[in-house]
Ligand binder design. Structure first.
Ligand code: NAD
Ligand code: 6OD
Length: 484
């Protein structure tokens, strides 16, 4: 892939629009120049998708599923190139990128191929009346994704949208265009019908993202990103009543009961707080720990936070990555300072690491563990999206559930307990789309994924994705002629 990122429209590269630079989060240096799609480029992409969509939808689902498997095969064949592109844009560790981000891209295409190809139609028989449902694709879908898991999150939407018979226009984050540029190249290489998958690059509001979602030729929007952006997009598409699927922000709670295996709870919380530098919508930012084990838990979590390794991305034992941008680093640091002014105790971190090399120009912050804030503090209510959590004690199960649910968000929660009945009871009381018990971010791609409250609208995953990316028509037939 060249260092100039171009759009992919109708099966060809299009180098139109002014360019902007992306920056390496590890050093702050320039990574690539990216063409920004203006309205004219977005028009072209939508027109290419509209032209391709009927032919694509007319293929039997088994053929579209075959294309998804070919995409997965090609991702595996160009695995290291994708790993390199993702690392260059994000500064992720090579270990995470090789084990999570890129393999999930291939898995997303493969699993939606299987789910779609094997899905039966629904039919209902009532005396002499037969009702059955056929599903049609929505048409042209805009796919707007963020920077934190760029390849994983884009393919999570692209796979089901395509296999359901839609043509799509994808807009990756302005910070992370690299892996989608490789995917576009892969689509051309395997001969995916031109116009079925288009990629336009650019910014969000008042730029490519907004032009795309509000385009009259776009039938639906699938978006992952901040809750505030979701709300803006919703207003922008309201007049045309476009279907939207939104995976938005989180302020996820973790509940640690005194009966939990504390080794498992501590290590699991290290993962759930600090993975990807805390830049995963599912990351835990609020931990509530039953009072008898509170002090031990905090001490151990803080110690482990201090042991995370700020290696270079290519070092296999690196466990802490930079923030995506200078702006995001400053946002996270502003919450560290806010925590100070709100009266928090810093049990780990709170600052910026110093390397004595070019990484001092990068966007690193220290993994941070806070205690001592009330649940109505801003640090406990607002999504920070960095390597930081606040830990508070609780005394009863009911109090723990109430604290966890005291949030405008409702994406994910974790429960650490060895009591089976408690695990079920608490999990079912939490106002969240996803609850993990004694684990975190363990995924079965057939299950519904999404959040409640400010965390989203709708569910994707398995048949929920196929349902969003299609519309049912119910056909009812009277089996006996009415006048015989
Ligand atoms: P963001 O909302 O700033 O941007 C996401 C995407 O939307 C980018 O491609 C951006 O260019 C585009 N965009 C911005 N404004 C737009 C507009 N007005 N119209 C159309 N497109 C627009 O989010 P981000 O900073 O890239 O990502 C971090 C956020 O994403 C966090 O809040 C995180 O919780 C959330 N997130 C949620 C999930 C989930 O599954 N629920 C997954 C990942 C990230
Ligand atoms: O694993 C997934 O399918 C998914 N949608 C993860 C979202 C992570 C948020 O940052």
């Amino acid at each position: 892939m060249s260092d100039q990122v171009t759009h992919f429209i109708g099966g060809v590269q299009v180098a139109e629009g002014a360019t902007f630079a992306t920056h390496d989060p590890v050093t702050g240096g320039v990574v690539r120049l990216v063409h920004e799609a203006d309205r004219a480029v977005v028009d072209k992409a939508v027109a290419a998708a509209r032209a391709a969509q009927p032919g694509w939808a007319a293929l039997p689902v088994a053929e579209r599923a075959g294309w998804m498997r070919r995409l997965a095969d090609a991702i595996e064949a160009r695995f290291e190139e994708l790993v390199a592109a993702e690392i260059a844009d994000t500064g992720k560790s090579i270990t995470q990128t090789r084990t999570l981000d890129i393999p999930r891209g291939a898995a997303n295409f493969r699993s939606f191929a299987e789910i779609a190809a094997q899905r039966p139609d629904e039919a209902f028989h009532l005396k002499d009346v037969l009702s059955y449902t056929v599903r049609r694709p929505l048409g042209v879908v805009a796919v707007i994704v963020p920077w934190n898991l760029p390849f994983l999150l884009a393919t999570w939407k692209i796979g089901p949208a395509l296999v359901a018979g839609n043509a799509i226009v994808v807009k990756p984050s302005e910070h992370t265009p690299g892996s989608m540029a490789v995917l576009a190249d892969i689509a051309a290489e395997i001969g995916l019908p031109p116009g079925v998958l288009n990629v336009v690059h650019g910014l969000g509001g008042d730029s490519t993202g907004q032009f795309l979602v509000e385009h009259p030729g776009v039938d639906a929007v699938t978006f992952t990103g901040e809750s505030r952006t979701g709300s803006t997009i919703m207003k922008g598409v309201a007049d045309r009543v476009k279907p939207v699927s939104f995976e938005l922000g989180g302020k996820n709670a973790g509940l640690v009961f005194a009966d939990a295996d504390l080794d498992v709870a501590v290590e699991g919380s290290v993962r759930s707080v600090f993975t990807n530098g805390g830049q995963v919508c599912l990351c835990t930012e609020r931990l509530y720990v039953e009072r008898p084990v509170f002090e031990e838990f905090v001490t151990r979590l803080a110690k482990r936070a201090g042991e995370l390794r700020f290696g270079r991305p290519e070092d296999e034992d690196t466990t802490m990555m930079p923030m995506i941008s200078a702006e995001h680093r400053d946002k996270v640091l502003s919450y560290y300072r806010l925590a100070e002014s709100e009266g928090a105790e810093f049990r780990a971190g709170g600052g910026v690491p110093s390397f004595g090399d070019e990484r001092d120009g990068g966007y690193y912050v220290e993994p941070t563990v806070l205690t001592g804030l009330p649940s109505d503090s801003r640090v406990n209510r607002e999504e920070i999206f960095g390597p930081v959590c606040h830990v508070a004690p609780f005394d009863t199960e009911a109090e723990a559930v109430a604290l966890a649910n005291d949030s405008e968000y409702g994406l994910a929660a974790t429960v650490w307990t060895s009591r089976l009945s408690r695990a079920h009871r608490v999990a079912q009381s939490l106002e969240a789309g996803l609850v993990w018990v004694n684990t975190w971010y363990l995924r079965d791609l057939r299950t519904p994924f999404g959040g409640v409250k400010l965390s989203g609208i709708g569910r994707e995953g398995g048949t929920d994705s196929l349902d969003f990316y299609s519309e049912p028509t119910t056909i009812t037939i009277k089996l006996e002629p009415e006048h015989e």
